[in-house]
Design a protein around this ligand. Structure first.
Ligand code: GTP
Ligand code: MG
Length: 475
């Protein structure tokens, strides 16, 4: 009981932790990619930002211009003209960071950009850390933490689907879901805690059947969300799709045909590919990470080839989809069955690819594999039947389902939800064996804590630093 109590207090304490990160300094950074370009944009944010830029800007007095306005002028280094620029002025809280900020569009010369940054630093700004602008947006409550994380995902998005899930998260779809869950729990926790205050009188403010219903419902909702992580992760990072099969089956030819580029070496020598080769391609807005592997054979005296084969097995274990390529001419139905038996038992989508159909008669194939409807027949070399494979790959992710639901694509959110779910499961167990209200309240608070951490209502400097250090500088 004692240890439970001290943990309980610890959680309350953690909820009250304040972030110590300082907001009073003015930060600046190049927001466009380094290097030569048509224009470069330098971002400055902080209480003093407009004042600082105003001292090096020759044109209108920026302290007097209205917010959200654009001004032409010159950046001066003492008497020296550095560049002719456009500055965008944002005053007060209606800016990305939620504080005074200013963007300088200058000519895209690395020399000019560095020189302007240098003058800004001399005038009182400091260089920003990676992600510091977005971190300020979070600390100034312009975004919650999961939305801030989605900003990085939007920038990194490489396909229609990854863009869509990141955009949905950035616009608050997921946050709303979590905040809703949390609010319902907070209500119950306060009722139970009220009971504790009246413990002498043995009253129940929080109806137990209602609480049980609520918690069961929430466990289901949380489970539904964590279930989307596999798909969400695949959308974000590309679906790991391994091309496996025996040597010479035509795996590398298939990779090249799918990515429409001579990426992997193809030769008639069995054992050509030794290391894995990775290349991504997009079908219908979904990114697949194609991984060509060394051909699997039982006996090889070549030590490098056996390392390659070991790697193939490892990649298969990590795959979501395996394209098992076999030579239709040389493979019997029984051999195919035996070669794919282990994979068929694994948690992955196995697509057998009957390759080299240009070498055999259609009738022969139909007879040979008459019992199987899952095989896709094609010729990688002649590029016959490639569209059948592409259609099959499209079916692996059900896009209609993805459009409507909130998808978890961030491992931190996934883990937070798992922990919240575990605490709620504990509440159900405690209720089943009639444990005290104190213990129920403890586990409910724990679940609230994990949900709050996802949206950043509870956060520590370490957590924030860890998240934002992965952003680019200037964002
Ligand atoms: N006729 C025909 N030949 C093909 C086809 N696909 C591949 N080949 C040939 O089969 C041979 C082996 O092709 P690769 O793509 O190197 O085979 P692999 O499976 O990557 O082989 P390893 O890397 O050695 O495991 C090459 O000579 C290819 O030109 C096809 O669809 N039809
Ligand atoms: Mg190969």
């Amino acid at each position: 009981m004692n240890t439970q109590n001290s943990q309980y207090e610890l959680i309350i304490f953690e909820i009250e932790i304040m972030n110590k990160i300082q907001l009073d300094e003015t930060i600046c950074a190049l927001a466009t990619p380094a290097g030569v370009g048509a224009i470069g944009v330098i971002r400055v944010s902080g209480e003093q930002s407009i004042q600082i830029v105003n001292t090096i800007f020759k044109g209108k007095n920026l302290l007097e211009v209205p917010t959200h306005t654009l001004h032409f002028g010159k950046i001066m280094d003492g008497a020296d003209l550095v560049d002719e620029v456009l500055v965008s002025v944002f005053k007060g809280t209606k800016s990305y960071t939620g504080e005074n900020s200013i963007e300088i569009s200058c000519h895209g010369s690395p020399y000019i950009q560095q020189r302007i940054l240098h003058i800004l630093v001399q005038t009182g700004a400091r260089l920003a850390q990676p992600g510091e602008f977005t971190m300020r947006a979070f600390l100034n409550k312009k975004l919650d933490l999961s939305q801030a994380e989605a900003v990085a995902d939007v920038i990194a998005s490489h396909s229609e689907m990854s863009h869509k899930t990141a955009m949905n998260q950035m616009r608050g779809g997921f946050s709303k879901e979590i905040a809703g869950l949390k609010e319902r729990l907070v209500n119950f926790a306060s009722l139970i805690e009220l009971e504790l205050d009246f413990s002498e009188e043995d009253v129940e403010f929080a109806s137990r059947p209602e609480l049980k219903d609520l918690v069961q419902n929430m466990v289901r909702l949380i489970h539904g969300l964590t279930e989307t992580f596999k798909v969400g992760n695949a959308i974000k990072n590309g679906i790991p799709t391994v091309i496996a099969g025996k040597p010479n089956a035509g795996k590398s030819t298939l990779l090249n045909a799918l990515v429409k580029e001579d990426r992997a070496i193809v030769s008639a020598i069995a054992g050509t590919t030794r290391d894995t080769i990775e290349e991504s391609f997009i079908i219908d807005g979904i990114q697949f990470r194609l991984i060509d592997t060394a051909g699997i054979r039982e006996h090889t005296s070549d030590s490098i080839e056996s390392i390659g084969i070991e790697k193939t097995h490892e990649k298969i274990r990590q795959a979501s989809i395996v394209l098992y390529v076999f030579d239709v001419h040389e493979t019997s139905a029984a051999a195919l069955e035996q070669e794919t038996a282990t994979m068929a038992q694994m948690d992955l989508v196995l697509i057998p690819i009957g390759n080299k159909i240009d070498l055999v008669h259609e009738l022969e194939i139909k007879q040979k594999f008459s019992g199987r409807t899952d095989i896709i027949y094609l010729s990688s070399k002649e590029q016959i039947g490639m569209n059948l494979l592409e259609s099959r790959l499209k079916q692996v992710l059900n896009k209609d389902q993805i459009k409507n639901d909130v998808i978890i694509s961030n491992i931190r959110h996934y883990q937070g939800l798992l922990l919240a779910g575990e605490s709620l499961q504990q509440v159900l167990e405690s209720m089943a064996i009639g444990r005290s209200g104190e213990l129920l309240a403890f586990d409910i608070r724990k679940a609230i804590f994990h949900l709050s951490e996802i949206i950043g209502e509870v956060s520590t400097d370490d957590l924030l630093e860890n998240i934002f250090s992965k952003f680019c500088i200037g964002k």
